[in-house]
Design a protein around this ligand. Sequence first.
Ligand code: PLP
Length: 408
Amino acid sequence: MARINENFQKLPGSYLFSEVGKRRRAFIDAHPDADVISLGIGDVTLPLTPSAIEALHRGTDEMSRPETFRGYGPEQGYAFLREAIAKADFGERGVRIDPDEIFIGDGAKSDTGNIGDIFDLDNKVAVCDPVYPVYVDSNAMAGRAGNYDPSTGRWDGLIYIPGTAENGFVPGIRDIPVGSTPDIIYLCFPNNPTGTVAGKEELKEWVDYAISNRAVILFDAAYEAYITDPLIPHSIYEIPGADECAIEFRSFSKNAGFTGLRCSYTVIPKRLKVGGTSLNSLWNRRHSTKFNGTPYIVQLAAASVYTPEGKAETRGLVEYYLENAKIIREGLKEAGFGVWGGVNSPYIWLKTPGGMSSWDFFDYMLNSLSIVGTPGSGFGPSGEGYFRLTGFGSRENTLRAVERIKKL
Ligand code: PLP
């Protein structure tokens, strides 16, 4: 008799974005003439760069001719892309990462969701709170999170490291609950949803902690391209010792607009061993068994990001969203809000006024200003009383939304 994985039945419904959509639709139905602006989205809105489009056309032409057609490629990714990444994203920052330590994937969502395959179910997993929900849900599906308690919004088998106004939404080892010792620690900087970044000292503390507790850090750097402050590390491997204790995830979604095209990569240094076993070899085995490679033409487009033209064009996309984020951040500050993020990140995290709950503020923004954002409580219990806006909208809508907020 077949049985399902009952861990799936423990998952609460994907409440956040479906509830946001439901309330938005109900508002539009009741106010068909309302000019609703969405600053809630985590998806990009600008089209692909000319370099990426040229690469896609070139790749498509190659696929149309017998002499240049390509079928299955290497599961780990084509050498041309892995070499370009090793050189530009790491070598040029003084970090040695070899091409065979890089695995090309189809998105950081899949990569961060799948990495759990190579870890025992008994590992104690720590997540920051608020958090990108994929880390929590993928561990819950695997049976590593215990049971969900709707009254607290927490899984009893996970360790939650709270991000709060007190720690500037940059949780550190001092914030690990007393008596808990994680084996696996998810970190995400620049952070979604709070938009905060971790400096060298803060990351060094995590790396030192992981080494002394023989823990592994899963470092999600999907928003690395948004770092403009020269003192903020772009990679965890800028911290000495990180190649012994950390896996890093990157994505082409938010820098080059690949949210619809799909390309990412995972870095697993060969020095990273758990109980004497190389995680690079384990992941290689997993990846080549369950994944048959990112499409050739998509990898060509990803490689275009590292050409001089591609770099400049990608920078242009990131600067556009950063400028939007700055407009929102400054506007909110002027209107008297407590604000985090929005500098080295497309995300702006704000304190709801007058102690309103995240959802009450969502309703207030929608009903009074026709602006859609994302309630902070949807990212974890510590997000209650906060709200996320993003710089991924159009400039025009961003300016109009901020004018509305300032008139509150
Ligand atoms: N990691 C974080 C923190 C994200 O916010 C997102 C997307 O919003 C992803 C990963 C997923 O990115 P991708 O499009 O590469 O799957």
